[in-house]
Every structure is written in C-alpha cells, then in structure tokens.
Design a protein. Structure first.
Length: 241
C-alpha cells in the first residue's frame, strides 16, 4: 500500500479558524488564530495545510490579509488554498501569496471555459474541488446545485484536469466516517490523483482510506476530527503510512 497524504484544514471566517457542520453558514465553531492552528499541525508533522477562505467561498467578504499571514508563517510546508477562487485576479492573487496548489470549486461548474483555460495554463497547480450531495455537485459555498458529478467529471477529464478534491457535503464536519463508496465511484472514472474530504472521525477511517491508495486516492483532508481531539495528527500520519 502507498502512503496516504494528509492535509490538515484551516478554515478561516471573520479572521478566525473555524469548522462548519455540513458546510452550513452559521454552524461555525471558533478555534482561534488561524496561524496558531496551522503551526500546531506543522509541529505535529504536517507537510501540507489545506487553507480555506470561507467568507470568500460564501461571497460575504474576504480574509486575504489573514490568509497571506498564514502562508507567510508556514513557509516550511505546502499550502493548498481554497475558497472563492473564480477568476484570473483571485487565482493570480493566490499564486502571488505563495499557494502551492489552488482548489477551484464553483468556477469549474459555472465557468467551464475559464476552468479549461487555467487547467491548460497552470497544470498541476490547479485541483478541481468536487463537493457532492449524492451525485449532485454543490456550488457557491455549497448553497446551490451545480450539476451531475459524473457528467462534470467527464468534461474535466477531457480538459486535462490533473487532480480532484472530493468532499461529501453531507459528511463534512459530522465525524460520521468518509463516504468510501463515493470515492470508489470517482476513482473508477479517472486515473488522476484524488484527495478525499469529509467525515473522517477515527484512525480506522484513515486506514480504510489508505487502502484506496491502490485505486488512486492520493490524500485526505482532516478537519473537525483533529480540532475535536479524536486523535493527534502524529498518530494519523502513522496510520496513513
């Protein structure tokens, strides 16, 4: 079995590190300074940080200065940046701030032509976030429907997408376990690496996800499980190989 790459998440809203339940605005739990949160995961061995501007994702503002502060304070790891990156300006701003990878979500559904252009231009820098309820994609901070998962994937495969980040919205922040069946369905449709997100609650979940590395699962994003103290990142990294 291959090693499963783990990306602890730092979701930022109104300048604070928070976690949501099922991606719903208003369900935030406050975890304090985002940079302190990120450094805690790095001290435990993180090689990546999944950094999200929730306010920009929901279209209710931005945390650019806070995001930039986190990136500048975490130069010893790689940053995957997500949340409201929907045009050339926000993409370039993310690159200029030092993001090693950007996660494009809503724009991939609402502006496929632009998405195809940036995939061709930036290659491995761009990951496409597929946020799913059942087989229906969610957009605009998970507040709107965005089409059928597998139909959109077919177009993205044709465009040359280099990586997918797959989130089961109904599992996210619930600590009810990842959606293994969904991940297997996605992995069957692509030879590109896939990163899982949503529902991880135990080291057993991480071991179960690691078994999918043989099918092409590259990594997993950890959120509430870490903040709620279900296990340490050190133990999770060990379980991930």
């Amino acid at each position: 079995m291959k090693k499963l790459e783990l990306l602890p998440a730092v979701d930022v809203s109104e300048g604070k590190a928070v976690r949501l339940t099922k991606g719903e605005a208003g369900s935030e739990t406050d975890y304090g300074d985002p940079l302190v949160a990120a450094r805690e995961w790095i001290d435990q061995g993180a090689e990546w940080i999944h950094l999200v501007d929730l306010d920009r994702a929901f279209g209710r503002g931005t945390n650019v200065s806070v995001i930039e502060n986190v990136i500048n304070g975490c130069t010893d790891v790689k940053i995957e940046l997500s949340g409201g990156i929907r045009d050339d300006q926000s993409l370039q701003q993310s690159v200029d701030m030092g993001a090693h990878r950007v996660n494009i979500g809503t724009a991939a559904l609402e502006n496929p032509e632009w998405t195809e252009q940036i995939i061709k231009k930036h290659g491995d820098l761009v990951a496409i976030g597929l946020d799913v309820r059942g087989e229906t994609l969610a957009a605009r901070g998970w507040t709107q429907e965005g089409g059928n998962l597998f139909e959109v994937m077919q177009s993205l495969e044709a465009a040359g997408c280099s990586r997918y980040v797959v989130t089961d919205v109904n599992k996210d922040g619930t600590l009810k376990g990842p959606n293994i069946d969904l991940l297997k369905s996605v992995l069957a449709k692509t030879e590109k690496p896939v990163v899982a997100s949503g529902g991880i609650s135990s080291l057993e979940d991480i071991r179960a996800l690691r078994e999918l590395t043989e099918l092409g699962l590259e990594g997993a994003i950890l959120g509430k499980s870490l903040y709620a103290g279900k296990f340490t990142l050190t133990d999770a990294l060990e379980a991930a190989g």
